[in-house]
Design a protein around this ligand. Structure first.
Ligand SMILES: [Zn+2]
Length: 188
């Protein structure tokens, strides 16, 4: 029996998705923006934002149009627009983690349902959403099941990980619980 190609792809993808949830989450992630070094990163987690929100991610500044690449392998589960994040893409990866890339200037090829490997081009640095008027940057967020945000900084800067701190997680301040459970991941 011949399995037509799109269905065969879907079967392969379904198998990958099932395995992903049980694979351990990566302890270290590469910086997902072309031309940005680890030592250039600043920990911007938890900063106060408009409406009393807390910053649930890291802002990675780079010239407009620089490549945004996948920090972890997985499936594209979201690609579109929201008010805060502007043009965003979301990837579901090992350990049931979700990676959120926002303020894109433009998308590249990966679409919802596509599998991406580490380093695959997702899109381009910009200022879409509420980053309008700020220097171009990628807002990079990491979420666990239940939309709980964790700080990406210790994952990107392994020497900042403290022993005994699990995978370098720092729970978000309790006062930001409302925003972390919403469907609109934080911005800027
Ligand atoms: Zn941000």
């Amino acid at each position: 029996m011949v399995i037509v190609w799109p269905i065969r792809c879907q079967l392969i993808n379904a198998g990958r998705a099932a395995r992903l949830a049980f694979d351990p989450a990566p302890i270290v992630l590469p910086v997902p923006v072309e031309g940005v070094k680890v030592e250039d990163l600043e920990d911007t987690w938890g900063g106060i934002r408009s409406g009393g929100r807390h910053h649930e991610g890291i802002d990675i500044f780079a010239p407009r149009g620089n490549h945004i690449t996948a920090a972890a392998r997985g499936f594209v589960t979201g690609r579109g627009w929201n008010r805060l994040g502007g043009r965003f893409i979301q990837v579901f990866g090992a350990g049931a983690r979700s990676y959120y890339y926002a303020h894109l200037d433009a998308f590249d090829e990966p679409e919802v349902g596509d599998w991406v490997e580490v380093g695959d081009l997702l899109g381009y640095v910009g200022t879409s959403g509420n980053a309008n008027g700020t220097p171009p940057h990628l807002h990079f967020g990491v979420y666990l099941i239940g939309s709980r945000a964790i700080n990406p900084y210790p994952l990107l800067v392994p020497e900042s990980q403290t022993p005994g701190a699990g995978e370098g997680l720092r729970p978000v301040d309790s006062s930001s619980g409302a925003s972390s459970s919403s469907n609109s991941p934080a911005d800027r």
